[in-house]
Design a protein around this ligand. Structure first.
Ligand SMILES: *Cc1c(COP(=O)(O)O)cnc(C)c1O
Length: 398
């Protein structure tokens, strides 16, 4: 008889060895300080082009102060799940603020964006239903769809003809009770924006439930309110999902929608019912972040200004920067090994910009993904461009 320990070892050892041998085992970098526009990694300070801290709020003094006040008042943990006695006034306040930001009747906050997709989709969709899903949707959407047991119908990325075809088939001849269309608001690897006006038109023609995960659009698009607001569709998208972990700078996720939808999620979304609520310090910091965003669009404007400056600069140097419509700035390299080498050389020259390769993106489309933020200065971006020029010429990419 084999011991479980041996069975596990037989599973782990060859797989880990293979990854190490192929140089594919991801070594995790440790950031030795705040995740700001510059970071310290292995004792070296470098310009940070890889965070999702779009507005620079992750180490903002106002957020830190509110978090500390909340910790002093409520402690570090909420002590229970939301539905037992882990709901504090700041959780309710946060949900009110999210609804105000999103122009919806109500909102529900989760412990993370990932968690939110795990809970929200399966609270509404069942195996009698179908979910039409863009092929490049985020992993948490894919997992959330699977968890619901609904039939998943993948459509080509942002292909409205394919969407119309699949929708027609699913709604007219499919045996489904409900059909949902689910998409990222902003696709994080390419920076393209979901074609929501066309999507809404198709959805309204065929009676689709609409679900937009705007993790990379909130705090970025629509003067901070997100992609749905950008297109003026706040009352025509059923689920507006977002994260409190990217532009908001803290951690958490949410659904904004009608009061009825939120009432249902509060009794059926399993992570809300079975996982301890967001810590008080985090909830307080999120409220402050939303207040900062609603007071002024200054940070959002700065983010776009920096994004445009970086894109212009890289394009002028002769780099292929893809088709981003947001500050996300991919620098397309292609070959996986060359992409990794490029990223390594950038790091040696003082720029931290991670390579993104297969399987995160399709084979042969390796890229460096640059994430400019509102906290970067012109001087930092000029330095980034100078390093790109040097490394680009050295590796014969420009
Ligand atoms: C990052 C991301 C998430 C996960 O959000 P977290 O708050 O980090 O868990 C979910 N959906 C999309 C589209 C994302 O980009």
């Amino acid at each position: 008889m084999k011991l479980g320990k041996k069975v596990l070892d037989d599973f782990l050892t060859p797989q880990l060895n293979e990854l190490h041998e192929k140089g594919l085992y991801n070594i995790i970098d440790t950031v030795e300080g705040p995740n700001g526009p510059k970071v310290q990694i292995n004792g070296k300070t470098v310009i940070n082009m890889s965070s999702n801290n779009y507005l620079g709020l992750a180490d903002n003094d106002r957020l830190k102060k509110k978090a500390m006040e909340a910790i002093n008042r409520y402690g570090v943990g909420a002590g229970a799940v939301r539905t037992i006695n882990g709901t504090l006034p700041i959780h309710n306040e946060l949900e009110k603020r999210i609804a105000a930001l999103k122009h919806t009747e109500a909102a529900i906050a989760f412990q993370s964006g990932f968690n939110c997709n795990m809970g929200a989709i399966s609270a509404v969709m069942t195996k009698k239903d179908a979910i039409i899903s863009d092929e490049l949707n985020h992993a948490s959407i894919i997992d959330g769809c699977r968890l619901s047991g609904a039939n998943i119908l993948r459509v080509k990325h942002q292909d409205m003809d394919d969407l119309r075809r699949v929708t027609k088939e699913a709604t007219e001849s499919g045996p489904y009770e409900k059909v949902m269309y689910i998409t990222d608001g902003v696709f994080s690897m390419d920076g393209d924006v979901a074609k929501l006006p066309e999507i809404v038109e198709i959805a309204e023609e065929y009676g689709l439930i609409t679900y937009v995960d705007d993790a990379h659009g909130s705090g970025v698009m629509g003067e901070g309110a997100g992609t749905v607001k950008h297109f003026g569709l706040s009352d025509r998208i059923d689920f507006q999902i977002g994260t409190l972990s990217k532009a908001i700078g803290v951690v958490g996720g949410y659904v904004a929608g009608t009061q009825k939808l939120i009432d249902w999620l509060k009794v059926r979304a399993r992570p809300f019912l079975f996982s301890t609520s967001m810590p008080p310090g985090d909830a307080a910091a999120c409220i402050e972040a939303i207040d900062i965003m609603m007071e002024s669009t200054e940070k959002v404007e700065k983010l776009w200004e920096n994004g445009n400056y970086l894109k212009e600069g890289l394009k002028n140097l002769g780099f292929d920067i893809g088709h981003s419509e947001t500050p996300i700035t991919p620098c397309m390299i292609g070959d996986e090994t060359l992409t990794q080498k490029f990223s390594r050389r950038l790091m040696e020259e003082g720029v931290y910009a991670k390579s993104i390769t297969f399987p995160t993106v399709p084979k042969g489309t390796g890229r460096i993904r640059n994430m400019p933020t509102a906290a970067h200065t012109k001087e930092m971006l000029d330095e980034v461009l100078a390093v790109y020029e040097k490394v680009g010429k050295e590796l014969n990419i420009i």
